[in-house]
Write a new protein. Structure first.
Length: 694
């Protein structure tokens, strides 16, 4: 408890007095809305909603809402289904398989594994642990229970209702009314179990907003179904959806530095504002939502297009948020300004750069599997569908080549003509090595290597947020397989211990000095804050015909009683599958140094003297230390990698330890074959001479 108070005090001291006063007023205002939450749903009768929307009756209103511009339209269903079947002959298999599981109430959410949740979905329950939150006023609910293993994200994720798109796609492809009946049953059950502002599913406006997005997708996919024809359902559904808009606009998650929550609030308002735009209140939602999504792209991303939260999974989420809302605004004649699209294009360039040859994205920073909507069945770490969108939107052949194909997500989001538009784009070779200097990421790409290194701020403008202690850490794909990986995030509030381990220095591929964190934790309960100790120093990129190089440093250990600094350089050979990692530790005195390289779980290591052979699916990469590193103690230790939220798998970690006097220099050569000391020295010299980085 003392640690928690101390953490909150530290966080408060980092805020301005003006912000703290505003937060206190806002908190009081939210608690004062309790009477509104009780009265407004009773005042919003069917007749009141019809008056607000200028409609004669609920059936006519339903039909008119269904005719509004959206990504899909019931009137075009036959043509869309025919085109989908022609373009994706096996596409219906994944869709119907997922939809059938939802009919059985089988869900696999946030690492739960496949679970059968019973005849009524447990909207208020973390079904992984059995913890059920009360149906109390949302501001009275303590949902971050750090002393319990419960995870509030589980009921939040279930209540985002993002499986409605799968049910709707299955309905469109098969005409089976069971899917529509399930949509009606679930929405009615949710509305009955979650009165406005009561229960844990109203505690986070972002989740309210993403649920509204899912319900609007469900509306357009099921609007013409038999199951949705009951006037009583239509009335109750539309009134509940309208209440979502009223709630979001009164509970915007605005702070002194806004993040993805505030952005998603804006996305929800764009969807709801477009949907109900005949109402004056909804036009206000639309104006606020549009302002958020147009302004925040410049606040939450760097000029070169990197999400400022320093996490690839959140880059995907916010890119989806901007792209989806911009496309919906365009369909409603509210085209965002050209600079917004330009910044969005830059964001897609970062996705292109960080995507590995096998299609996977790196596991940098936090990840909670967050999406705006789910329209395809690609793996969680495959972001190439975004490049498929980008190829169509920006008419770029390099995006087409990087995407590989027009993904199903693109078909459903950008329309059936997207496939022909995609094919009409002439393929072009994607760029090689790329520096995102504003965002703090550097990618070295050769015909046989892909390396991404972090040399940016700690995240969220030095707050921490979803960033980790990972400056000068890297991921490496070499000689046909993923060799070195980041560890991901695993959990948030369900375990402060695991949360802090996965964001610690020891869980990243960077140097640990004297067992000190790169950026100090504010406290064990400050799960999204870090001191900003490790500031980037002099990042440099040089690419020649033969070698691509990045060099950078940081100030994380200059705070020690005996200060040291760490500089690291990467050299990628354009001709052979070889990458050199070079380190310099500057300062004075003796220090305990630990290097860790976390291996992909599919990789098997075998120590040969001071060298290590890494094998995967018949391919090999050797890790060859120079004479300095070879004198250190090497060990292979167990570790963990989290490919998605709530999931952790065992892996192995290469660890070198030494207590030595600094300054010191050393290097590791990753190569396809084992080399003698003289050979590796010659290769290292050729690489360092080939790029002026050291």
């Amino acid at each position: 408890m003392i640690d928690g108070v101390r953490s909150r005090l530290h966080r408060a001291l980092r805020r301005s007095p003006r912000y703290l006063v505003w937060r206190a007023i806002d908190s009081a205002r939210r608690r004062a809305r309790r009477p509104w939450a009780y009265l407004y749903p009773r005042l919003l009768t069917e007749r009141a909603l019809l008056v607000l929307l200028g409609a004669r009756d609920v059936d006519r209103l339903w039909s008119e809402l269904a005719e509004q511009p959206f990504f899909v339209s019931s009137s075009e269903r036959s043509a869309i289904v025919k085109r989908f079947t022609a373009e994706y002959p096996d596409g219906h298999l994944d869709i119907t398989r997922a939809a059938e599981a939802r009919l059985r109430h089988e869900f696999d959410l946030l690492g739960s594994g496949s679970r059968q949740l019973g005849p009524r979905l447990p909207w208020h329950t973390d079904f992984k642990t059995g913890r059920q939150w009360p149906a109390a006023y949302w501001a009275d609910i303590e949902y971050n229970e750090l002393d319990r293993p419960s995870d509030v994200k589980v009921p939040w994720e279930l209540s985002r209702c993002q499986h409605f798109t799968r049910l709707g796609q299955a309905y469109w492809l098969t005409g089976d009314e069971r899917y529509a009946t399930e949509f009606v049953a679930e929405t009615m059950d949710w509305i009955g179990a979650n009165p406005l502002s009561h229960g844990v599913n109203w505690a986070c406006a972002m989740d309210v907003a993403l649920r509204a997005v899912s319900w609007i997708w469900g509306f357009h996919l099921f609007a013409a179904s038999q199951a949705c024809r009951e006037a009583s359902f239509r009335s109750r559904f539309l009134r509940a959806l309208f209440l979502h808009g009223e709630f979001i606009v009164k509970h915007l998650e605005k702070g002194d530095v806004n993040g993805n929550h505030y952005l998603c609030d804006g996305v929800g308002l764009v969807f709801l504002g477009c949907f109900f735009r005949r109402a004056r209140a909804a036009r206000r939602w639309l104006a606020i939502g549009r302002e958020i999504v147009e302004q925040e792209i410049f606040q939450q991303t760097t000029p070169d297009g990197v999400d400022f939260e320093a996490a690839t999974a959140y880059h995907r989420l916010v890119l989806e948020a901007f792209l989806t809302s911009y496309e919906l605004l365009r369909r409603h004649g509210e085209e965002p300004a050209d600079p917004c699209w330009k910044r969005l294009e830059r964001m897609c360039e970062f996705v292109q750069a960080y995507t590995k040859p096998d299609g996977r994205s790196p596991l940098i920073g936090d990840a909670d599997d967050g999406r705006v909507q789910i329209l395809g069945s690609q793996p969680m770490t495959d972001h190439r569908y975004l490049l498929s969108h980008a190829a169509v939107l920006f008419d770029r052949g390099d995006f087409r080549s990087s995407a590989g194909r027009c993904w199903e997500e693109t078909f459903w989001l950008l329309g059936p003509k997207a496939t022909s538009r995609f094919r009409a784009v002439a393929p072009q070779a994607p760029p090689g090595s790329v520096a995102f200097s504003d965002g703090g990421f550097y990618v070295l790409r050769t015909p046989q290597a892909h390396l991404i290194a972090d040399c940016g701020d700690v995240g969220m403008r030095g707050r921490g947020g979803h960033g980790h202690n990972d400056i000068l850490s890297f991921e490496l794909f070499l000689n046909g397989f993923n060799v070195v990986t980041d560890c991901g995030a695993y959990l948030y509030t369900a375990s402060r211990e695991w949360r802090n381990r996965f964001r610690s220095t020891a869980f990243h591929n960077t140097l640990l000095v004297d067992d000190e964190e790169l950026n100090r934790f504010l406290g064990p309960d400050a799960l999204w804050q870090l001191h900003y100790d490790a500031r980037p120093i002099e990042p440099v990129v040089h690419v020649s015909d033969r070698v691509g190089c990045f060099r950078g440093g940081h100030s994380g250990y200059t705070r020690l009683a005996s200060p040291v600094s760490h500089t690291r350089a990467f050299f990628a050979d354009h001709e052979r599958p070889r990458v050199l990692v070079w380190d310099r530790v500057s300062g004075a005195g003796n220090h305990a140094l630990v290097w860790r390289f976390h291996l992909d779980p599919a990789v098997t290591p075998e120590v040969h003297g001071t060298d290590v052979c890494l094998s995967c699916d018949g391919r090999t990469v050797w890790v060859l230390p120079d004479e300095t590193i070879a004198s250190f103690t090497i060990s292979i230790e167990p570790g963990w990698v989290s490919p998605s939220y709530g999931v952790k798998v065992v892996t192995t970690v290469l660890v070198w330890r030494a207590t030595v006097a600094v300054p010191i220099e050393g290097s590791y050569l990753f190569a396809e074959t084992r080399l003698t000391l003289d050979e590796r020295s010659a290769v290292s010299e050729a690489l360092t001479n080939g790029a002026r980085c050291v």
